[in-house]
Design a protein around this ligand. Structure first.
Ligand code: FMN
Length: 376
């Protein structure tokens, strides 16, 4: 009693801060309807594009699991294992924009108080590609999509002007975001790739282009493991494999590190945290670091495709945590651990007087050393 699960994020009201991320759980109208019936505050559609999409001739997603009593990690199904991660090389939606358009309208009509975010993706190599972003944005918002999420992070692109290849280039991020903002009447969220050395640089590009929020993380570039018996990759087509995306429990700490960087660098901006969330204790990390919403994929895929039990756990977990801590709304705990993430030299030392940030006591700094000597 007295607690409020509803949140405001980029000017939109969410009945709760839990969204299904853009992925198989949101690939169809029936899934999205089931998700809203199950209680999700919002969904981000599977990414919609204009270019031809043809998936690999084999499984698109597999799950790594670990055996507790050994170090064996494998995609092979076996009893008594714990989920480690999802691995996928699935492309964006293989349904056309024309397929999506009437469905977005129908879903919004049926669920006017739930937030429907359209994930969109095009290229960036020429003006026509930028116009494609605008076509997608206008078509989705005209049907009632409440926000647009720009997929600047799909890790499976050969095209150099698309997906995470945009997300690694701050100029391209700005250009694409700005192109969408020119036509958008709804908030624009930029979903960035974690495959970058300094995500602050890419996020700045998005904010300069006018992004209303940053979403992080998409999956992390990764390979499946090689079976030690057959010497084949556990997932392959004709023996061949390509870099795919890792999601699920394994990426929770990785994604939190990205979020901590982002929320510290851009305090006051809006962030949607994604990666490894299966219950409220996971989501709480993202909120305490400064996220205003969170998104879930892998855990939902493994729970009747849209996560009815996951959302139940998230809602009951949030209600219980708020009651236990006397919080009235997310505002009471959002970001309260953000500033506890500091540079290494600010951490108390066993012998504080003996530590000089990795330098020697006389204050000699790396820049003073002869070339090549700094690492010795
Ligand atoms: C099979 C699969 C397909 C995905 N497809 C998309 C997509 O079309 N667009 C997108 O932005 N992210 C996509 N993602 C990434 C997820 O939205 C999410 O960012 C990622 O899985 C991390 O969340 P998780 O740890 O909860 O799985 C996909 C993930 C998986 C596992």
């Amino acid at each position: 009693m007295g607690t409020e699960l509803a949140v405001s994020f980029t000017g939109l009201r969410f009945e709760n801060p839990f969204l299904l991320a853009s992925a198989p759980p949101t690939e169809s109208e029936s899934n999205i309807v089931r998700a809203f019936d199950a209680g999700w505050g919002g969904v981000v559609t599977k990414t919609i594009g204009l270019h031809p999409v043809v998936n690999v001739a084999g499984p698109k997603t597999m799950f790594f699991s670990a055996t507790p009593e050994s170090s064996y990690l494998s995609m092979k199904k076996r009893p008594g294992t714990a989920l480690h991660s999802s691995w996928n090389w699935e492309l964006i939606s293989d349904k056309t924009l024309d397929w999506w358009v009437p469905r977005i309208a129908r879903i919004k009509k049926a669920y006017p108080t739930r937030v429907l975010v359209a994930s969109i993706m095009a290229g960036s190599g020429n003006d026509q590609e930028l116009a494609n972003w605008q076509t997608l944005a206008k078509a989705c918002q005209d049907q009632g999509a409440d926000a647009l999420e720009l997929n600047l992070s799909c890790p499976h692109m050969d095209r150099q002007d698309m997906g995470s290849n945009i997300g690694k280039d701050p100029q391209l991020i700005s250009i694409v975001t700005q192109a969408v903002k020119e036509v958008a009447r709804v908030p624009v969220w930029a979903k960035l790739t974690p495959s970058t050395t300094d995500i602050i640089v890419e996020a700045r590009g998005a904010f300069l282009g006018g992004a209303d929020a940053i979403c992080s993380s998409n999956t992390f570039p990764s390979l499946p493991l090689i079976d030690p018996q057959t010497l084949e990759f556990e997932i392959n087509v004709d023996g061949l494999v390509s870099v795919g995306g890792l999601g699920g429990p394994a990426i929770l700490p990785l994604s939190l590190a990205k979020i901590a960087q982002l929320t510290q660098a851009f305090s006051g901006k809006a962030f949607s945290g994604i990666g490894g969330i299966a219950d409220f204790s996971h989501a709480l990390n993202y909120f305490l670091l400064g996220c205003g919403t969170v998104q879930v994929c892998t855990a939902a895929m493994l729970d009747q495709a849209v996560g009815p039990n996951v959302i139940k756990r998230l809602l009951s977990g949030m209600t219980a945590a708020m009651a236990a801590n006397g919080w009235k709304s997310l505002d009471d705990f959002m970001g309260v651990r953000r500033d506890q993430v500091v540079v290494h030299s600010r951490i108390r030392r066993q012998d504080p007087d003996a530590y000089h940030g990795g330098y020697s006591a006389d204050g000699l700094v790396a820049a003073d050393l002869p070339a090549g000597a700094a690492e010795s």
